[in-house]
Design a binder for this molecule. Structure first.
Ligand code: TSJ
Length: 671
């Protein structure tokens, strides 16, 4: 049913507020519109969408345990111990509520009284979307002693809601679904990817217990995430491989209730069809703000902000309020306690946040998500709410903990001095040559194309590979920057030391867009920055060092999808006139099997490094846009990326070794 089907007077009446309850065909036609993507990320998103339902119940106080299981065939089971989904007849649609939730787009959450939905995945689209994109789905609702069950295929019910058993006193909801291979490029679940989100959910919602179990053959595994300390424990987790400068975690929370005008949805019957309308009503609205912080001796800042359990990567009003208040609170206290001298300039926000790990989590009704990736909180009133809460509580903490306050202020003052020294140094020379000089690095073999969108730059490790790349490239669109010597680990030094490195300055100059606060993506000279390093451990190390630099100083390059890793081949296999390049051990086995079936002699060359390939081979295997494979480096999950870099690049050796051992099988580091 569409708007046109309504009577004319209905159309006029609040037309834009009318939301028509639709079937699920649009979801299957355009899955991307509902879950963002049909890549592996969308596949995992289905699980989050289901788990969000249970988390909402947990936040309303009706559920504590959520068990997520990857079954043998890559279908997913989620079981919780909530009230059980309602099965009574929907007053307007005359089918059980459970069926409405599962088969009608946009439905869900509005069957209970009160109890608002604060969770909700990035798209917050609901269980019916998961149903539409699953070849099979089964839901059991346990309530009033009965187990009510319904099954579906591709969003269409294959049975009525019926009683399939008894459950005694137990209540809860259980769902099994199998994502549709017609929709998803890849239907294999990653335990690690699910683990990240389940752990994050458990940190953000203290007290809930989420278990994650893998039942697939050969990968059996089970973990439980349960944190009574909530985001306090999240900060401890983020700081696991760092060295805190004060023992306890600074933690505070605040709840605000005010009368406000909000949208309220209701269903109504128009000509026998059910339409959801919304109206503005005045009622009490509650918001929560929770913050945990701890300073470490590192130079990097880790600030993770969330709104309704969604990582607000682009920040927003809550983050603005927090940052402003923290800067004021530390400066005001510092002056009052005479830890800052009258004549000194105020500490900047960056000085104060150096080495600080902070989690800001707000929960509110009607969140407005803005920005390119819809991860920027727009609700203006969250700014003053979080500001007030942060200023009062940080001030109180500093006043009540003078010894810790002294350590923290000293750290901030050192950061300010280092920053001032760096500023003076770069006013003289370095910054000029690194960031403002018109002349490009001598080693850069630039392309002739001037349009950045059509230009790419290969960062090539080693002189001999650099030579081959220069000879083999398409000079019109491909620039080559060979790198000699080690790349500095920027995780371990402050900015001025970083800028003293020729290799790093060459990269910054070649890219053209500057670093840090002065970063300007408009000035980027190439829209593809391709890291070309050997397909071995050393190559991976160099790639990680480069990504660390990009992550800490030029993060928009990663966020914007401009960074790629080239995929050089591992082997060259020749059989008669047939020459193949293979890029993984599995592919190699396949090609060898194919050739041995022919029973002919094969010649195998194993490439130990890019340097072993001549210009023509390098072009053909790794650089030719028509045939090459590039891996785009993405920043799916900032929290884990930050930890990976701290682990890999920080000072503590045992966790680094453990990480490398655990992840040794990965060919690429996709942060
Ligand atoms: F939708 C679903 F199938 F994806 C799903 C929903 C899957 C799982 C694992 C859990 C849930 C779910 C739904 N958990 N809890 C609920 N709760 C309700 O839907 C519910 C329960 C009771 C009442 C009430 O007013 O009595 C209202 C609601 C919305």
């Amino acid at each position: 049913m569409s708007l046109e089907d309504l009577k004319p007077e209905e159309q006029r009446y609040d037309a834009e507020q009318i939301q028509v309850l639709e079937g699920l065909e649009p979801v299957r036609k355009r899955p991307g519109m509902y879950i963002g993507t049909t890549s592996s990320r969308g596949l995992h998103h289905l699980v989050y969408e289901i788990v969000d339902n249970s988390v909402d119940e947990a936040l309303a106080g009706y559920c504590r345990n959520i068990d997520v299981t990857i079954l043998e065939d890559d279908s997913i089971e989620v079981v919780d111990d909530d009230r059980g989904m309602p099965v009574d007849e929907h007053p307007k649609m005359h089918v059980p509520a459970l069926e409405v939730i599962m088969t009608v787009l946009h439905a869900g959450g509005k069957f209970g009284k009160g109890g608002y939905k604060v969770s909700g995945g990035l798209h917050g689209v609901g269980a019916s979307v998961v149903n539409a994109l699953s070849v099979f789905m089964e839901v059991d609702s346990m309530r009033d002693g009965h187990i009510y069950t319904q099954t579906y295929s591709r969003g269409v019910k294959t049975s009525e809601v019926h009683i399939t058993g008894e459950c005694g006193d137990r209540t809860g909801t259980r769902v099994v679904f199998k994502p549709d291979p017609e929709i998803f490029d890849d239907t294999v679940y990653s335990f690690d990817v699910l683990q990240q989100r389940m752990r994050e959910m458990a940190f953000l919602n203290k007290g809930i217990r989420i278990s994650l179990t893998d039942k697939r053959e050969g990968r059996e595994k089970s973990e439980v995430y349960h944190y009574e300390g909530g985001i306090r424990e999240y900060v401890m987790f983020q700081n696991e491989n760092k060295t805190p400068i004060h023992d306890e975690i600074i933690y505070f929370e605040s709840v605000k209730t005010e009368e406000k005008e909000v949208d309220e949805e209701y269903d109504t019957n128009v000509d026998g069809k059910v339409v959801t309308r919304s109206r503005r009503v005045r009622r009490n609205v509650t918001s929560e703000c929770e913050i945990a912080m701890q300073w470490t001796d590192s130079y990097a800042e880790t600030t993770l902000s969330y709104a309704n359990n969604i990582n607000t990567i682009e920040g927003g009003s809550h983050l603005v309020g927090y940052k402003a208040a923290l800067t004021r609170a530390v400066n005001d206290y510092g002056r009052k306690a005479k830890l800052l001298k009258e004549k000194d300039e105020a500490l900047t926000g960056e000085d104060i946040r150096e080495g600080l790990t902070a989690i800001i989590s707000v929960k509110l009704e009607e969140p407005q998500f803005e920005g390119q990736t819809k991860t920027k909180l727009g609700n203006a009133d969250m700014r003053s709410f979080v500001d007030g809460c942060t200023y009062d509580n940080v001030t109180a903490y500093l006043e009540e903990h003078p010894a810790q306050a002294k350590v923290i202020l000293e750290k901030c003052t050192r950061a300010a001095r280092a920053r001032e020294a760096a500023r003076k140094a770069r006013d003289l020379t370095r910054r000029k040559s690194a960031l403002e000089s018109a002349s490009l690095p001598g080693k850069l073999a630039d392309c002739s194309e001037k349009d950045p969108a059509l230009s790419e730059i290969f960062i090539v490790e080693g002189d001999s590979a650099g030579g081959s790349a220069k000879d083999g490239r398409d000079r019109r669109t491909q620039a080559i920057l060979p790198l000699r010597g080690k790349i500095l680990n920027v995780e371990k030094v402050r900015e001025e030391r970083m800028l003293a490195s020729d290799t790093i300055r060459d990269m910054i100059t070649a890219f053209g867009c500057g670093i840090g606060a002065e970063f300007n993506i408009e000035k980027l000279r190439y829209h593809k920055i391709i890291i070309m390093s050997d397909a071995d451990v050393d190559g991976a190390h160099i790639r990680t060092l480069m990504l660390t630099l990009f992550f800490r100083y030029m993060r928009p390059l990663i966020e914007g999808g401009y960074i790629y890793a080239a995929q050089p081949p591992l082997f060259r296999v020749k059989c008669g006139n047939d020459i193949r390049y293979t890029y993984s051990d599995r592919e190699q086995e396949k090609v060898l099997a194919e050739f041995s079936r022919l029973g002919k002699k094969v010649e195998i060359q194993r490439y130990k490094g890019l340097g072993e390939m001549d210009a023509a081979q390098l072009w053909e295997t790794t650089m030719d846009p028509a045939t090459r494979t590039l891996v785009q480096i993405t920043l799916d999950d900032f929290a884990s990326a930050d930890q990976i870099f701290t682990t890999l690049m920080g000072d503590k050796v045992p966790p680094r070794r453990k990480f490398i051992e655990e992840n040794a099988h990965y060919a690429k580091l996709d942060v």
